[in-house]
Design a binder for this molecule. Structure first.
Ligand code: PEP
Ligand code: MG
Length: 877
């Protein structure tokens, strides 16, 4: 049997998300639950993938199947698609596996043409409504399918309103709208050279194609990269019988959340507009009314609405985000999905739902995207300072956080100024999906129009960006690049500050303070810790970072980069003396000066970690990062070394490497100059002995040798470490256990991990270098050309941010198998950047690592990701 590409709603269910997309699967599920939804069908994600495989054409068999299913829909609704009696009109909407609000395209009122519009006018006895629907359809079809700018249609509409002397679209009469349709069609013809298509089936296939095409539009691509959604998922297309919220005063459209998406409060949160289509609510064209007003207007409908919202939340056991339409008093739900929410709301909802008995801790853990925790860990305004800044306007607290920056009036400008190093706040009349890159670049987003469910609010919440929406007192002039409030004019050089939790907009730049973590966060993360088996350590090079990480729940240090301890001005000089030393004696003299510094740093770090495990990695400097480049620096160093600048320049030239990332770094330095390893061993061991004695602790330092590719190399350096350490311990008559392990960050080390394991107490995967060396991409330069790979869909993600599980992951897996095969007790961790990336953490859990290590601010993210990995694939007994 040939593959099925189109499903009527009742043929699917919630489990078919991958095939039907989130929206399609939920429409199917709602159909099965008996919720009043308009009938329809879903064209699958596989059809979308086939469209791309077939070079962007829809295969004839899929077109036939769509037409056939449309006939079934006609039979089910008793209406005729494109027919001259009882015409069937449909919406065509995208719906990927993961929701991507506003990123792809939607077309409403499809099936209208010059004839059906007349029929519709007659049958509904509402000419105004029919022509209003038709003009909307021409505009959406022109914009989405034919790529005619929407703003050109808007301009025609604005001209018409001006000519008629009205302000609102709703004030235009049926005659006005008829005329507008003629103008739109004429404009369409002038742009495309053909008439607006009259054949409903042709309209449908064009629209489905346009939705498939929109999967690959720039804003969808940006959104996918930001949210780890692979392009291979494709989007489904939902074709659904239209119901109309713009049929008059007993019709309306709205958006609802089963709990408050900003605070998590257990209270239905919904907004609606009477006599409007759904797009009007989301676009923020008019400011909607709270749902409570519906109770006064239509008590029966209100009650039914509340019942359905509760049913859906209880069914999905998660906060739902729904769209609904009331058509002449009759209520329909158009979609439901798990709602996007702020991190604060997500925590409250998860904790409340467990306490309400609606879900389990394990399921609650899965309700939060680990990356969302980031927003809880970011600064808020200094309350004292805030008092000195006037509130110039107030809008809706659409997405919490604090943002301060100079004003940017377009997304493009925000992006460019951000790239030039400026902090900007994006101020817009209202945002639209094309603004996504500017919204990412901005510190915060302020809009003049729109409600809590407007585009700006929804997208900012999803990104965790601070956003104040609908600050109506502000006048924005995009052309002049000014914003006027209460008679005062602000320009691109002026700072404003946004409080996304209160909706206040302040004049000037306000200092921010570190966030406090408590309440729901503590309870929720406590559950994550109970559940997970993968440990989480941190990468920290200073006592301050280490202490911060402990606050965030780090269970130890997985990587201290000792070379980073030498960037401070007073130290880099001595470090340079050590690097350019040409004799062992000169090198030892510099090392002698570095020893007390290292030792006191290590003591500080041990103390900050309060007895937890600390892994200290020996020097791994790509040398070029430390060599002096300015003539004054070279002169100063030459004087200190008692050599001429020419001589020193000669040494620097000798040290020059064509590829320093693959040069004389890591353990290679210790192989050339064992005295470096001796000094570092002394610092690690003496510091541990002193802190143990002082604090009565039992620190077991873990010494880590970087960039090993051959067991003999490790053995050589390890011997120096052991000899030095044992001598110090014996000298002091003390007892101290210590471990010597290695980083695994060279492909050869992975392939010979069984041999390396014979000399190592632990492995820590350095997936930064391992990625660099597996791909042969320079860590420093890949950014410049990887963007071409994303554009051409060769790679979906930056492999330095998200582990390439198929390639680099295979090296890691091989090393795990070989290493543990040789030494079952081998401790395994990862300390590359991937240790804080949720999907990579899941991979490390699945292949049996003991811990991941990441930067302090990512520790909570890793803790949650580790718990989620455990829930999905339990490894605890
Ligand atoms: C690595 O290579 O993954 C690593 C952690 O070391 P560094 O980034 O310091 O090279
Ligand atoms: Mg490395």
């Amino acid at each position: 049997m040939s593959k099925k590409y189109v499903y009527l709603f009742h043929e699917g269910d919630a489990s078919m998300k991958n095939l039907l997309g989130g929206k399609g699967a939920n429409l199917a599920e709602m159909t099965n639950l008996g919720i009043p939804i308009p009938k329809g069908f879903t064209v699958t994600t596989e059809a979308c993938n086939k469209y791309y495989d077939d070079d962007k054409v829809i295969a004839p068999e899929i077109i036939n199947e769509i037409h056939h299913t449309m006939s079934q829909l006609e039979a089910a609704t008793g209406k005729t698609f494109g027919g001259e009696v009882n015409p069937l009109l449909v919406s065509v909407r995208s719906g990927a596996r993961a929701s991507m609000p506003g990123m792809m395209d939607t077309i409403l009122n499809l099936g209208l043409n010059d004839k059906t519009v007349e029929v519709l006018a007659k049958e509904t006895n509402n000419e105004r409504f029919a022509y209003d629907s038709y003009r909307r359809f021409i505009m959406m079809f022109g914009d989405v399918v034919m790529e005619i700018h929407k703003k050109d249609f808007d301009a025609i509409l604005e001209e018409m309103k001006e000519a008629k002397g009205v302000h609102l679209d709703t004030e235009l009469t049926a005659e006005d709208l008829k005329e507008l349709v003629l103008q739109f069609k004429a404009f369409y013809r002038s742009q495309k050279g053909t008439d607006f298509p009259q054949d409903a089936r042709e309209q449908l296939i064009e629209a489905v194609t346009a939705v498939f095409r929109s999967w690959d539009n720039p804003r969808a691509n940006v959104y996918r990269r930001l949210n780890d959604i692979p392009s291979s998922w494709g989007t489904a297309v939902n074709v659904q019988e239209m119901v109309f919220g713009n049929k008059g005063d007993t019709s309306g459209s709205g958006v609802a959340f089963s709990r408050n998406p900003a605070t998590g409060e257990k209270k239905i949160f919904a907004e609606y507009l009477m006599n409007a289509q759904g797009e009007d609510v989301v676009a923020g064209i008019r400011t909607p009314s709270p749902i409570e007003e519906l109770e006064k207007q239509m008590p029966e409908t209100y009650k039914q609405f509340m019942d359905i919202v509760n049913t859906l939340e209880n069914h999905y056991r998660d906060m739902q985000d729904m769209e609904f339409t009331i058509e002449e008093g009759k209520l329909y739900f158009l979609q439901t999905r798990n709602g996007k929410r702020t991190a604060q709301a997500a925590l409250k909802i998860a904790v409340d739902m467990v306490e309400e008995g609606l879900t389990t801790k394990e399921k609650a853990i899965l309700m939060l995207d680990p990356k969302q925790l980031d927003t809880l860990l970011h600064p808020a305004f200094n309350q004292e300072e805030m008092k000195n800044h006037p509130v110039i306007a107030t809008g809706l607290p659409a997405s919490p956080g604090a943002a301060t920056g100079k004003i940017a009036f377009t997304a493009q400008e925000a992006k460019e100024r951000h790239e030039a190093g400026e902090m900007v706040v994006l101020v817009r009349q209202e945002t639209s999906p094309e603004d996504i890159e500017g919204m990412i670049a901005a510190e915060g987003i302020l809009t003049v129009r729109g409600g809590m469910t407007s585009h700006a609010a929804v997208v900012a919440r999803g990104m965790g960006a601070c956003c104040v929406a609908g600050a109506g007192a502000i006048k924005v002039d995009e052309k002049k690049k000014t914003m006027t409030v209460n008679g005062k004019v602000y320009g691109t050089e002026d700072y404003i500050s946004l409080d996304g939790s209160t909706g206040n907009v302040y004049e000037g730049k306000i200092e921010t303070v570190e966030p406090e973590i408590s309440g729901h966060f503590g309870t929720f993360m406590g559950w994550a810790d109970e559940i997970r088996s993968l440990k989480v350590r941190t990468n920290a090079d200073t006592p301050h970072d280490a202490a911060q990480a402990v606050k965030f729940g780090a269970e130890g240090i997985g990587l201290t980069r000792t070379e980073h301890m030498f960037f401070a001005e007073d130290r880099i000089f001595i470090m340079r003396q050590m690097i350019v030393a040409r004799t062992e004696e000169a090198r030892r003299a510099a090392l002698e000066k570095l020893l007390p510094m290292q030792k006191s740093d290590f003591k500080g770090i041990y103390k900050a970690m309060e007895g937890r495990a600390v892994t200290i990695r020996f020097l791994d400097p790509p040398l070029h990062e430390f060599l002096p480049t300015h003539p004054e620096e070279i002169e100063e160093l030459a004087a200190a070394l008692n050599v001429t600048t020419d001589e020193l320049n000669g040494v620097i030239t000798d040290l020059h490497e064509f590829n320093p990332m693959m040069g004389h770094r890591g353990c290679r330095l210790a192989v050339s100059y064992p005295e470096i390893a001796e000094m570092q061993t002394r610092a690690v061991i003496e510091a541990a002995l002193e802190v143990n004695a002082e604090m009565g602790w039992n620190i077991v330092p873990e010494i880590m040798i970087p960039l090993v590719g051959e067991v003999k190399e490790l053995k050589y350096v390890k011997n120096i470490v052991v000899k030095t350490a044992d001598a110090i311990i014996a000298e002091q008559g003390a007892e101290l256990k210590y471990l010597v392990g290695t980083m695994i960050e060279i492909p050869r080390a992975c392939m010979t991990a069984d041999e390396i394991a014979t000399e190592a107490d632990f492995f820590s995967f350095g997936t930064n270098d391992l990625t660099q060396m597996s791909f042969g991409f320079s860590r420093d330069d890949a950014g410049t050309f990887l963007k071409h790979y994303y554009e051409k869909k060769i790679y979906d993600f930056d492999p330095f941010a998200k582990l390439d599980q198929d390639g680099v992951g295979k090296f890691v897996k091989t090393a795990v198998t070989l290493g543990r095969g040789e030494k079952p007790t081998l401790k395994l961790g990862v300390c590359g950047e991937h240790g804080g990336d949720p999907s990579s953490v899941e991979f490390f859990h699945n292949i049996g690592l003991d811990y991941v290590s990441c930067s302090p601010f990512r520790v909570p993210v890793a803790r949650l990701a580790a718990a989620q990995a455990e829930v999905k694939n339990p490894r605890k007994k």
